[in-house]
Design a protein around this ligand. Structure first.
Ligand code: FAD
Length: 382
């Protein structure tokens, strides 16, 4: 974002997080990608800076702040390491924010302070092996029995599940009720009947952890339910609508990193007696990248500004995610192309950005689902 479009406070925040991203996160990004080692030190550093409390009520240890600030922070983290941004997003914008938005006073007092301080990691478990985009058709059941819900079923592709102390889990009271029969609840990791099986072999964002979570007669106290009985799907959609901003910002960060890397390379590499940067064909690629990154960033900040003003934002945030994820994939592709052969090899960041970018078009509502949401809002019903 052009610095003149940011407030003084936003600019200060941007410079602070940029410094941490450049000096602490970025130098270790290739190592994390190569080893798939969970980025604990990045998460601890972000916690110390108060970043895990972004958007969370100060009364419960959060840092407060605006959605614009969250977008600024996530873009910078993602520019340095997309896997850390994924870890951060699942922890802050999905798990912690869910409890912040729908938790009771008691739930917030118990769970928000350790999540915000980074003492405990959080996860969000919606997707199942047979239901992803069509989440309301979930098979996992949570049936009331005495003072508890008894969970049976499984969730898949759950970010942070292995490291998490708590998971926000969605289950169906009665599958015949569809979206109106779903509860969201806080499930503590050590609950009997809960097991986690790590999943390996991701194309990109390899340092983020992904796992399957299985519930076998897993008993969860009724007081852990978030919000009203049967209202969990509506709450989940509200959380996902808001967290889509985090993904859009993550996409901007990846696209920017891919562009920066390509620009630096073509200014030092020579062919046919001149710098690659002096060929008009490559200049036009750079121009297209820079222009589309700027449109992604503007759409993302527009959605954040609407959210901060408590105005309708769902169409805009879906447009931001749809557009920014495509731009991230295209910029990562162009960056590899501009690096030539070396861009195909692991030591260059370009190769990592290319693998990291693709999931942005898939998770938290695939691009086709974003189009469904946007179309529903653009076209009036008969
Ligand atoms: C690395 C990673 C991390 C993830 N982290 C989490 C997490 O922390 N928590 C969580 O709950 N989930 C998580 N997910 C799951 C993710 O949100 C889902 O993979 C995603 O929502 C798509 O669901 P699906 O994989 O079941 O695909 P499907 O729903 O089976 O879709 C397959 C394809 O069909 C398309 N499609 C589906 N329905 C329609 C339609 N009506 N019209 C047109 N096209 C359609 C989709 O867009 C997609 O292209 C993660 C996934 C990945 C890969």
């Amino acid at each position: 974002m052009n610095q003149y479009l940011l407030s003084e406070e936003e600019l200060l925040l941007k410079n602070t997080i940029k410094d941490f991203a450049d000096n602490t996160i970025a130098p270790r990004a290739a190592h994390h990608d190569e080893t798939s080692e969970f980025p604990w030190e990045n998460m601890r550093g972000l916690a110390e800076m108060g970043m895990l409390g972004l958007g969370i009520d100060e009364e419960f240890g959060g840092s407060g702040g605006t959605n614009r600030q969250t977008a600024i922070v996530v873009e910078e983290i993602s520019r340095a390491c997309a896997a850390t941004a994924t870890t951060f997003g699942a922890h802050v914008s999905l798990c912690t924010q869910f409890i912040n938005m729908f938790g009771t006073e008691g739930q917030k007092r118990q769970f928000l302070p350790p999540l915000v301080s980074g003492e405990m990691m959080g996860a969000f478990a919606l997707t199942e092996p047979e239901t992803g985009s069509d989440a309301a058709a979930m098979h996992t059941t949570g049936v009331a029995s005495g003072g508890s819900y008894v969970l049976n079923g499984s969730k898949t592709f759950i970010t942070n599940a292995e490291e998490a102390g708590v998971l926000v889990v969605m289950s169906s009271i009665d599958r015949s009720l569809g979206a109106r029969g779903i509860n969201a609840m806080i499930v503590e990791k050590d609950s009997p009947g809960l097991s986690v099986n790590p999943l390996h072999g991701k194309m990109g964002i390899r340092a983020s952890s992904t796992a399957e979570v299985v519930f076998e007669n897993c008993s969860v106290p009724m007081e852990n339910r978030l919000g009203d009985e049967g209202n969990g799907f509506r709450e989940t959609m509200a959380v996902l609508n808001a967290s889509r901003l985090t993904i859009a910002a993550q996409c901007v960060g990846i696209a920017q990193a891919a562009y920066d890397s390509a620009l630096a390379y073509v200014q030092q590499r020579r062919a046919f007696g001149q710098r690659l940067a002096d060929f008009q064909g490559l200049q036009w690629m750079l121009v297209d990248m820079a222009t589309s990154i700027e449109t992604s960033r503007l759409l993302t900040h527009k959605a954040a500004t609407l959210m901060d003003a408590e105005l309708p934002f769902i169409t805009e945030v879906s447009m931001a995610k749809l557009h920014a994820s495509r731009v991230a994939v295209e910029c990562a592709d162009k960056s590899v192309q501009m690096h030539g052969g070396i861009g195909y090899f692991a030591p260059t960041d370009a190769e990592r950005f290319y693998r990291d970018a693709k999931v942005m078009e898939i998770y938290e509502g695939a691009s086709e689902v974003q189009r469904l949401i946007i179309a529903r809002n653009l076209i009036s019903r008969e």
